[in-house]
Design a protein around this ligand. Sequence first.
Ligand code: GDG
Length: 478
Amino acid sequence: MKIAADDPSSTAPGAAPIRPIVIAANRLPVMRDNTTENGWAPSPGGLVRALLPMLRSSGGTWVGWTGTPDDPTEPFTVDGVDCYPIDISAKEVELYYEGFSNDGLWPLYHDALRESTYDIAQWEAYQRVNERFAITLANIAPPNAIVWIHDYQLQLVPAMLRQQRPDITIGFFLHIPFPPYELFSRLPWRNEIIDGLLGCDLIGFQRPKGATNFAACASQLRKSDIGENVIHNAGHRTELGVFPISIDFAEVEEMAAGRATRKLTSQIRTRLGDPEVILLGVDRLDYTKGIGLRLRAFGALLESGELDPERCVMVQVATPTREAVEHYQDERREIERLVGEINGRFSRIGLPVIHYLYQTLSYDDLIALYRAGDVMLVTPFRDGMNLVAKEYAAAHIDGDGVLVLSEFAGAADELTDAVLVNPHDDRALQESIVTAVEMHRHERRARMAGLREQVKRMDVQGWADRFYAALARAAENQ
Ligand code: GDG
């Protein structure tokens, strides 16, 4: 099967959908805000912003969890979007969310970087919560609606929904990689997951490999008939497509250009002791992101003298995430040990060589930090896309700055003007950091221009429009 990323010119940007659209995702696109009338405000983030216009123009609806366990909130409206909360109990958060989704599927789908837990109670909770989503969707979706389901927490929903509502067009987008057969086949409930997804009219992946891996699994495990970009199974047709997700380029650019950001950026530089080079890492504290590896590479370069601790400073933001899961607790301990070790060895009084923040920053602070970063280190072992890499390019309105990017991030397919590196190769990673630090201004500017051009051309609005258009076409082909 041959799968290429969809042609960006295939849809007019912002094309208004004509059929009612319903989104389903683990989380609702809102956060509690006691300054608004109904206590809710839209969450920040490109995905929400990309989907909101589409939802508003179709009288759209979003189904998801509020983020608080045992929270029987009634449906409400935010910014013209009807939100239908799915109530998830504290026990289900532990089993469905922290357990099956984040301690079973997450490591398995990321190259089995950590041991997965396969637990029947967790699987049952995953089924139960998926069923709850499917029932809600079946009850609220208008006739002939388009339902767009997001991510690995909800892979059973498509088939469950199709069974109840065959009139509906169902699309699914997987934000993380889909693993090769050799790994996926470890999952005790592998057939159920494939069958769940084959309930779709269209499944979207970040990279071509995700789509080919899925097709190989469907063929091996379910003996499905595989055609070009299409799978026939039990009389139903499922198209596969590649839709690399992106960011709201214009918004990040505008924020980066603001006076407050400029002021904050220069304050950051001053507070860091006006170093010549600021190296920056921004990640959820997740073992897939390669934070420890990057710290070790930085430490080794200080040790060998290839980087000078009086000229270079590293800032690492590690956003708290999934703190109840043991692999995340272990990862945090290891990162904090490394930060202590390297700082102990190379810092001077009042001038740590690594500034480590285990915090969630405001988006404004984050954009100012991107602008301050001379070298951005994005070194995951495996990542569906990685939006940080794209945000960094969009924020660098000065046209300067170097991105060091892992080949194992989906973003590497598009961001070919980055310094691409295999993060498993210690020496190559160290060399790529030195290359970035020492890069000549002309080359830095040429590469940054290429990165910015690419992210601008393929922004999140285009992503949403292309997925929607492909889904509508898949329904016609059914
Ligand atoms: C999954 C896939 C795929 C981070 N720290 C702070 C903060 N962030 C924001 C960034 C960025 C987002 O979080 C992280 O997105 P990534 O794409 O880098 O990674 P995941 O969270 O793992 O996302 C990934 C993505 O889904 C989309 O499909 O790209 O591969 O794993 O937007 O800005 N935001 C704020 N404070 C922080 O401290 N405000």
